[in-house]
Design a protein around this ligand. Structure first.
Ligand SMILES: [Zn+2]
Length: 387
């Protein structure tokens, strides 16, 4: 027997899915959730992240006082924004399977996480179940590079540990995630008329291609991946192009391997540039590369011995469910929260085939995940704050 109200959970999820909330446009869904949180008895505030990232609303932070002050405060977090195409979503329910009409994503990423948190706290309140203080954080712009979470002032949270509900691997708790570097390379050549005097030009597209051809990309090893994802350049078919912009990334669970892979990609382009030189009217020209490399996010590495991991295992055991910890290749708000000194793992919600128009969700998975979160919150109230 569960206290989770499946009908209410489903209805809230569908209602939230129908509210458009692309990154930087989360205002409407934030207002709906503010109402929900206040109704449930939380102190709600919206931070200034929206102004910082050029969005129409900030992160929503809700403090639930809780009835058990001796238990450690718990963080529950999910993101409010969805990816494109994500406007005018028409959810279609076929038995227990929720999907779209094929024109948009479903937005179960991450409205499923949001709905689970709301339903859990409603059940706690309606049934007067002893509860620790809970901090809810609904972030903006997760899909735009975790920039909502990056703007979050963690000192305003009471909780030092908790869960992000934002994973598509049913039955798994993500405790490890890679660090990532974001790269932009500007490859410069020399412009010339392609028909009249091509010998007076250095083709930046060729230089870039040469460099890319030398790069190890894709899966580098079990911990490391790399990609060049965007190429922009050239003006016209009759102009030897003088500039190409490449955008790429590398990720690794090992900091050292990430540094090595990033350096490798930069070196490949620089070495290619060195191969293209030209003497023109007594002046020496050569291709060159400008690299802009930024840390996108740090790795997440929550140990098996962390109280939050133990709590999840204990909850799973109570429900006779099998939840395994796992490493993911993706980054999420949990990376940022761990970087800010919290201990946060990422639990699945039932969302599937995310970031595609085929995205779907099995309500049975959603319900199980909600039962898990409910059990976790319940068990957390029996913990004691460590001195
Ligand atoms: Zn997500």
């Amino acid at each position: 027997m569960t206290l989770i109200n499946h009908e209410r959970l489903k209805n809230l999820l569908i209602e939230l899915i129908k509210i458009d909330s692309l990154s930087r446009k989360e205002y409407d869904v934030a207002m709906r959730l503010k109402r929900e949180m206040e109704e449930l008895g939380a102190d709600v505030y919206i931070d200034d992240a929206g102004e910082k990232v050029g969005g129409n609303v900030g992160n929503l932070i809700a403090h639930f006082p809780g009835s058990v002050s001796s238990a450690p405060p718990l963080l529950l977090s999910a993101h409010m924004d969805t990816v494109v195409p994500g406007e005018g979503i028409t959810p279609i329910l076929d038995g227990d399977i929720l999907r779209t009409d094929g024109r948009t994503v479903l937005g179960g990423d991450d409205k499923s996480g949001v709905a689970i948190i709301c339903e859990t706290l409603r059940v706690m309140r309606d049934n007067h179940i002893p509860c620790s203080p809970v901090d809810v954080v609904f972030t903006i712009c997760e899909e735009a590079g975790l920039i909502g979470a990056k703007c979050l002032d963690a000192s305003r949270l009471r909780a030092r540990t908790g869960l992000v509900l934002d994973s598509d691997s049913v039955g798994f708790l993500f405790t490890k995630a890679p660090a990532a570097n974001r790269m932009e390379f500007r490859v410069y050549g020399l412009e010339a008329h392609a028909g009249v005097c091509p010998e007076r030009g250095i083709n930046a597209i060729k230089v870039a291609s040469d460099g890319i051809a030398q790069m190890n990309l894709g899966r580098i090893d079990s911990e490391t991946t790399a990609n060049i994802g965007v190429v922009e350049g050239g003006m016209a078919v009759n102009i030897v192009p003088n500039r190409v912009i490449l955008r790429g990334e590398a990720r690794s669970h090992s900091q050292e391997k990430l540094d090595r892979q990033t350096e490798h990609m930069r070196r490949c382009l620089e070495e290619a540039a060195e191969r293209y030189t030209l003497e023109l009217d007594g002046k020496r020209h050569s291709a060159r590369v400008e690299a802009k490399i930024e840390r996108d996010y740090d790795r997440m590495d929550v140990p098996e011995s962390a109280p939050i991991v133990k709590l999840v295992h204990a909850a799973a055991k109570n429900l006779q469910l099998d939840v395994k910890t796992l490493a993911t290749g993706g980054g999420c708000d949990a990376n940022v929260l761990n970087q800010k000194g919290l201990v946060v793992a990422n639990l699945s919600t039932g969302m599937r085939e995310i970031h595609t128009v085929n995205e779907w969700l099995d309500l049975k998975d959603l319900n199980l995940s909600a039962q898990m979160v409910f059990e976790i919150v319940k068990l957390n109230a029996m913990q004691k704050i460590e001195a």
